[in-house]
Design a protein around this ligand. Structure first.
Ligand code: 5GP
Length: 146
């Protein structure tokens, strides 16, 4: 009986801890969706970045924490927080960033490259301004980390 009581106590503590973590994650996402991001400051040149391409709709720059020999980001200048927030009206700009990612990817990693979009908490998205990661310049492995 005592064992059962202890187990129940431990179990409910874990549930409370988990729900606190979930609450903190939801609060982070809610605030990230509302606020502008560091990428807005890179677009406005308030913060410098190693820019490799720019036009009226998008910007491409090297990732500050490169995960491979080639690792750059392509972002739309308009704000779409996550891929899941994309609507019909965003199709053109998202098509455009894909085209630029492909062009720059071919130039910088001719043997092939990978395109990654992290979406939301489980997708490990840290900056809530849609961005394509283009990773390459070396042999990559598959499957990616889970
Ligand atoms: P996420 O995890 O949101 O998919 O990726 C965000 C990426 O942005 C990360 O790979 C991170 O290294 C990169 N990043 C974050 N802050 C900056 C910055 O100030 N400058 C540059 N160039 N990259 C950044």
């Amino acid at each position: 009986m005592l064992k059962l009581i202890n187990f129940t106590r431990k179990f409910s503590k874990t549930i409370i801890k988990l729900s606190e973590e979930e609450k903190a994650k939801s609060a982070f996402v809610a605030s990230a969706l509302k606020n502008t991001t560091i990428f807005d400051k890179i677009i406005s040149k308030e913060i410098s970045a190693d820019i490799i391409y720019e036009d009226s709709k998008c910007l491409a720059f090297n990732d500050i924490n490169a995960q491979a020999k080639v690792h750059f980001l392509v972002i739309p200048k308009c704000r779409i927080p996550r891929l899941e927030d994309m609507t019909e009206k965003d199709c053109e700009v998202v098509g455009h960033i894909m085209k630029i990612a492909s062009k720059l990817g071919k130039e910088r990693s001719p043997e092939g490259f990978r395109l990654v979009v992290n979406n939301g908490v489980h997708g490990c998205q840290s900056i809530y301004h849609l961005h394509l990661h283009i990773i390459g310049g070396q042999q990559l492995s598959w499957p990616p980390g889970v």
